[in-house]
Design a protein around this ligand. Structure first.
Ligand SMILES: Cc1cc2nc3c(=O)[nH]c(=O)nc-3n(C[C@H](O)[C@H](O)[C@H](O)COP(=O)(O)OP(=O)(O)OC[C@H]3O[C@@H](n4cnc5c(N)ncnc54)[C@H](O)[C@@H]3O)c2cc1C
Length: 239
């Protein structure tokens, strides 16, 4: 019998915090876990109030390992969200939280795993995919990659300048944005998936992350386009 993996809680201090879109805040944390995760994995975050009350949620790591001893989370503030509300409205540099992980080995990628990579993110579900693209940019640009990104409006798209810059300067990467609430916007559809597949060729790895609804729609479209279900990995963020 294999032993279950036991994750220990590590202390983590906020070293930088800043809004990146109207609803999403970037939080950089100094923590030993920053040296030991793969792109796409997530961590559990635990907050403890002065009276001992604790709240715990999962967040994907947005950064690729960079030797700085820190990692980045990108947290979307939800209305009345207990943990996301604290990060987006209350937290400050120097505050301490606890992290454990990294979790989610099957939803992770590194250069030697190969490609081509077809990535699909809905809303904040783009975060683990951003980590994969940042890892790819560190030395694996020969692996073709496409990101299908569904988001309400351009203003709410996470890391859009970084993604558009990468798409402009890197012929091996293409960005396929579907804005659902901008004027003339649309949901992801067969045409968008076909365009992404035309750029990557048959994908060796497909990673899809977002709400249940987004992940179900994206997997259906990608399988209908002829991609084998066995190469598709999914992660659901909840509601
Ligand atoms: C593997 C994994 C990775 C995740 N990575 C990220 C990430 O990188 N960035 C990020 O912002 N979030 C991420 N999440 C979601 C995160 O864990 C929390 O669910 C989210 O921040 C809400 O927590 P809260 O305490 O603020 O809200 P709560 O106080 O728990 O809930 C507040 C309200 O929001 C609703 N709600 C709860 N969760 C969601 C959700 N995910 N989407 C929409 N509505 C919701 C509840 O039904 C409730 O009405 C991830 C979840 C999983 C499972």
């Amino acid at each position: 019998m294999t032993e279950p993996i036991v994750f220990h809680w590590h202390r983590a201090a906020i070293t930088a915090i800043a809004p990146v879109t109207p609803h999403v805040t970037s939080v950089r944390l100094r923590c030993p876990l920053a040296e030991s995760y793969r792109a796409g994995q997530h961590v559990d975050v635990r907050l403890t109030a002065e009276d001992g009350y604790q709240a715990q949620r999962s967040y994907s790591v947005a950064s690729a390992q960079d030797g700085s001893g820190t990692l980045e989370l990108l947290i979307e503030g939800l209305p009345d969200g207990e943990v996301s509300g604290w990060f987006t409205g209350v937290a400050a540099v120097g505050d301490q939280v606890e992290l454990r992980g990294p979790i989610g080995g099957s939803f992770s990628w590194d250069g030697p795993d190969g490609g081509p990579l077809l990535l699909g993110g809905g809303g904040s579900g783009v975060v683990p995919l951003l980590a994969m693209l940042r890892r790819r940019a560190q030395g694996w640009r020969e692996i073709p990659a496409a990101l299908i990104y569904s988001v309400r409006t351009r203003a709410e798209a996470i890391a859009l300048p970084e993604l558009e810059r990468l798409a402009a300067e890197d012929p091996g990467f293409s960005l396929h944005l579907a804005t659902t609430r901008d004027p003339g916007g649309k949901r992801i559809d067969a045409g968008l998936v076909a365009e992404a597949l035309r750029r990557t060729g048959p994908p060796g790895k497909v990673f899809l992350c977002g709400s249940n609804r987004f992940v179900a729609a994206a997997s259906d479209l990608i399988m209908a386009a002829g991609v084998a279900p066995g190469v598709i990995r999914t992660e659901r963020f909840g509601a």
